[in-house]
Design a binder for this molecule. Structure first.
Ligand SMILES: Nc1ncnc2c1ncn2[C@@H]1O[C@H](COP(=O)(O)OP(=O)(O)OP(=O)(O)O)[C@@H](O)[C@H]1O
Ligand SMILES: [Mg+2]
Length: 360
């Protein structure tokens, strides 16, 4: 079956009047019903991408297509796209219903139809009982939901969300993430969410676009990004990653052996692009190391420098004999090993660990 993207960005570049680079050669396909997140550090171009899709910003070159049609000539309000801004932009002088119905009255939808759709949208976000409330009387999370209801009531094909949860406290934020995800599943609408919170992106998205300095670094599913980051930037931006310089030791069957301070063996396929004897960087997650109380095959001594309590696990910082520092997560059960800073333990790669070879 042919893949028909709903939204396409083709070679989109945005240069601002002051010469600032907003976006450089952005190519992106977004599927109907997909939950896509744009993730990256401050200033990497996330909001600019949303603004180009929404029509608030014209690309300097390149095009935006919806359902195969160039929508570059359409003004923001003529695009079947709605945006939830970071600050909600709720109107304080209107009550909840009036806020939600704002876009419908702009579009001159008959009043009876407006009422039906407003109530429906408020029910979807769990605020039907607040229809007549003043917005000042709502909590942060409830205001957020008013902003969402106002965006979905116009039944957009694409909903753009710019850091919609960043003002909420950790607990409410997690709750809203779950609500957002289930709302999206119920509506079947395409969501494009901007966030600089990697945990949020990992838990909520079908695919994540990692951006850096106005460019896309990698587009992949959360698991793929976590297990197989393409670049050092992605590796260090998504979760914690040890970036270890390594040399190729040789090949054994379908595997390549590396010395990364600890022995690492990777399936040939994963290293197809690695020339023999080359120096490479191998990415190893903290949970992919394992501590042993005594020396075993493929273990290396580790001098423990600090131990941080993380609840279910302990985060251990240590140094290999090469001086290379590493970070590893040890399950609480291993506490009986009596770990302490200044002591030596033995570290090895967890059998079945997924390691990645990283480019610049
Ligand atoms: N109107 C503008 N004029 C000039 N430069 C701009 C304008 N808007 C954005 N930029 C620049 O474009 C780059 C990308 O900005 P953008 O707002 O897209 O970043 P962002 O990824 O949303 O960051 P944040 O996480 O801080 O919101 C930045 O370097 C920014 O300074
Ligand atoms: Mg932004």
């Amino acid at each position: 079956m042919a893949y028909d993207p709903l939204l396409e960005l083709k070679a989109v570049t945005k240069t601002f009047g002051n010469g600032g680079l907003g976006l450089v050669d952005i190519n992106l396909d977004i599927a109907q019903g997909e939950f896509l997140s744009l993730l990256g550090p401050s200033g990497c171009g996330k909001t600019t991408t949303l603004r180009v899709i929404a029509g608030f910003e014209a690309p300097t070159s390149g095009s935006v297509l919806l359902g195969g049609r160039d929508i570059g000539h359409l003004r923001p309000y003529d695009r079947p796209v709605n945006t939830v801004f970071q600050d909600y932009a709720i109107f304080p002088h209107m009550n909840v219903s009036e806020n939600v119905g704002f876009g419908l009255s702009l579009r001159k939808i008959p009043v009876a139809e407006q009422r039906k759709r407003i109530l429906n949208a408020l029910e979807l976000v769990g605020l039907a009982d607040k229809a007549q409330s003043r917005v000042q009387a709502l909590s942060g999370g409830q205001r957020q939901r008013v902003a969402l209801a106002r965006a979905i009531v116009c039944e957009p094909k694409v909903l753009l969300l710019d850091e919609p949860l960043s003002a909420l406290d950790a607990y409410l934020r997690e709750q809203m993430q779950v609500e957002l995800k289930s709302l999206q599943a119920r509506l079947g609408t395409t969501f494009v969410l901007v966030t600089h919170d990697q945990t949020e992106a990992l838990s909520i998205s079908d695919r994540i676009v990692v951006m850096n300095k106005a460019r896309i670094e990698q587009v992949a599913s959360p698991a793929e990004l976590y297990d197989c980051p393409a670049t050092k930037f992605v590796a260090s931006f998504i979760g914690t990653m040890n970036l270890l310089p390594a040399t190729v030791l040789g090949r054994a069957g379908d595997r390549v052996m590396f010395d990364a301070g600890v022995p690492v063996s990777l399936a040939l396929e994963a290293t197809a692009a690695v020339p023999e004897q080359a120096a490479v960087t191998i990415g190893i997650r903290p949970e992919d190391f394992q501590l042993e109380s005594e020396s075993v095959t493929e273990s290396r001594p580790l001098k423990i420098t600090s131990i941080v309590f993380h609840g279910r696990s302990l985060r251990v910082h240590g140094a290999l004999s090469s001086g290379q520092e590493i970070v590893l997560d040890v399950p609480r059960q291993s506490e009986r090993m009596s770990l302490a800073a200044g002591e030596f333990a033995h570290v090895r790669l967890r059998p079945g660990a997924v390691c990645s070879i990283l480019s610049a």
